[in-house]
Design a protein around this ligand. Structure first.
Ligand SMILES: [Cu+2]
Length: 142
């Protein structure tokens, strides 16, 4: 890619990022500034955390820690081109079993709710990019 091309791509990425978060599409009212990976408690008492992914095959951040109970996880795909997903490893603990996000197109975000009861490290991955190292860990406090 040329330097000019890279500049354009970066500008598009920044625009896409700023534009997609504020369009009111999200069902949850976003309180204040959303910090990725920071666990907050929603009005209904559920732990909320948001991860971001982009074109570089990483979850940002790639680990977060919650207490046992209900978790509301949002993944924002700020990528220009890459489609991602999020799947917990088999036996990783979140219920319902198979909780995850099947398909997240560029610019899309999705929120899932699940329950965790088993303390420890619960790995997750983007199954499209496991080979590129797109994995993460949810730690449940004991
Ligand atoms: Cu991916």
């Amino acid at each position: 890619m040329t330097a000019a091309g890279a500049g354009v791509a970066l500008a598009l990425a920044l625009t896409g990022c700023g534009g997609s978060g504020d369009d009111g599409r999200s069902s949850a009212p976003s309180s204040a500034a959303e910090e990725f990976g920071v666990v907050t408690i929603a009005e209904d008492g559920v732990q909320e955390v948001t991860l971001r992914t982009q074109d570089d095959f990483v979850f940002t951040p790639d680990r977060f820690t919650v207490a046992p109970g209900e978790v509301r996880l949002t993944v924002v795909n700020a990528a220009e081109e890459m489609t991602h997903n999020l799947e917990f490893d088999e036996g990783a603990g979140p219920e319902p079993i198979g909780a995850g996000i099947d398909f997240l197109a560029p610019g899309q975000e999705m929120t899932i709710d699940f329950t965790v009861t088993v303390p420890g490290d619960h790995p997750f991955t983007c199954t499209f990019h496991t080979r590129q190292g797109q994995v993460g860990t949810m730690t449940v406090r004991g």
